[in-house]
Design a protein around this ligand. Structure first.
Ligand SMILES: *Cc1c(COP(=O)(O)O)cnc(C)c1O
Length: 405
């Protein structure tokens, strides 16, 4: 297999292979890594996965994205270790809630957060890459709950990684606090800060902004701009679609969206040949992505706390990957858009985005109403993030977009 390379969305960093892009996280020019070309799967190949287990589909989807960066046997080991602690043999089972809506359950991992689908895989990839280079790295992160627990579960016991997670004292729920503080691995360090999440974040940023510290500790982040996380998430779009009858059927996916990472993985699957009718971004009242998909401009506004805190984001970092693809892909256009801060694209680029994407914003009252109605109709208790997705799905189906879906 030829070397498979990744380039930065800002066009000024060197191209890297899969392991390089994964361990770098952010590119040196401030951009995010994207494959130079998209691997392609034919309808026949996709059809042949209909009854294949999750692991087998993951290997097929990830192999061309990894290219020569590591041997297939190592990739297989990273996948199986990454999924080892999932409680459901289907990994991401589908559950039907009405005649045209299914829930894609992404919560069967060790910390019950959907980040578990990618973070343990990322931990394995890091550990392998660092071992090969005979280096150690230090992961530092601030968390209000979800990402910290999943990062710890993913990296606990990795030989070449130290993990430091800061959280606001009294902030996370009791379960999430225990998920973080009751891990006995010697490479995991959890610090309760007497302060807010923003103050935790400020400490982490200060560490990253100190070049000496950064180099001495080989600091790295595992947030959702990391390409290896997106790559791991591409897999369940293929798995879900083939279970629903792809390639003969082209499902739509409604994705509760914060940093635009999960839904971008769906867009990547589409670029790789998976038939998807529409990708719908569901936001809470922090509706940056909805504004972008409706008007082509974000013009960031102050963040407002909602019932779905993992989606309380005003500048979705992974949108930059889509901007790169919409603007023709040299990097200069992305640099201009990001420098302008209001994140505005041309009507032509917006038109392109709307061929693939639609969106809806859901407020807290609708979220609660959807949780109540879904429980009454099915006995299923939705978490508020999922409820935003279900409410958006109903809204989009009820609107003129029905035929498109
Ligand atoms: C992280 C998270 C999200 C947001 O996902 P993005 O990839 O950032 O768009 C949504 N819901 C839950 C429950 C999450 O943990």
């Amino acid at each position: 297999m030829a070397d498979f390379l990744y380039r930065s969305t800002r066009g000024q960093a060197s191209e890297l292979d899969f392991l390089g892009a994964a361990t770098a996280g952010l590119a040196t020019d401030g951009g995010l890594y994207l494959p130079k070309t998209w691997p392609q799967f034919s309808p026949a190949q996709i059809g042949s996965w209909q009854s294949a287990p999750y692991h087998a589909i993951a290997e097929q989807v990830l192999e061309p994205l990894v290219g020569d960066a590591m041997p297939v046997a190592v990739l297989e080991r990273c996948i199986s270790q990454g999924l080892a602690r999932f409680a459901d043999p289907a990994i991401t089972p589908l559950r039907q809630i009405d005649d045209r809506t299914w829930l894609l359950e992404l919560f069967h991992g060790p910390t019950l957060a959907f980040k578990d689908v990618a973070l343990p895989f990322l931990g394995q990839i890091f550990d392998y890459a660092l071992g090969k280079q005979q280096r150690r790295a230090t992961i530092v992160g601030a968390t209000s709950g979800d990402t910290g627990s999943a990062a710890i579960a993913g990296c606990a016991g990795c030989a070449n990684l130290d993990v430091f997670i800061l959280y606001p004292h009294g902030g996370p729920s009791a379960i999430q606090r225990r998920q973080m503080t009751a891990v006995a691995a010697p490479n995991v360090h959890v610090i309760a800060v007497e302060g807010s999440f923003d103050e935790c974040q400020a400490i982490v940023k200060a560490l990253f902004n100190d070049p000496q510290q950064r180099a001495a500790l080989n600091l790295t982040a595992v947030n959702s701009i990391n390409w290896a996380r997106i790559a791991a998430q591409i897999v369940y779009y293929f798995v879900a679609a083939v279970r629903l009858g792809a390639p003969a059927v082209a499902p739509s996916f409604v994705v509760p969206t914060g940093n635009f990472g999960n839904i971008f993985a769906g867009f990547a699957a589409l670029q790789m040949g998976l038939p998807i009718a529409k990708l719908a971004a569901a936001t809470n009242r922090n509706d940056a992505v909805h504004r972008f998909m409706s008007q082509g401009v974000i013009a960031p506004q102050p963040m407002q706390a909602s019932l779905s805190p993992s989606m309380d984001i005003q500048v979705p970092s992974n949108l930059e990957r889509l901007l790169f693809l919409l603007t023709g892909g040299g990097g200069a256009a992305v640099r201009d858009i990001m420098a302008a801060r209001d994140l505005r694209v041309s009507q032509q680029a917006l038109g392109k985005a709307r061929q693939y994407f639609t969106s809806a914003a859901v407020d807290d009252a609708q979220t609660l109403q959807t949780m109540r109605a879904t429980y009454a109709a099915t006995g299923i208790i939705l978490d508020p993030h999922t409820a935003v997705g279900v409410a958006a799905a109903h809204e989009i189906v009820a609107s003129a977009a029905v035929d498109e879906l």
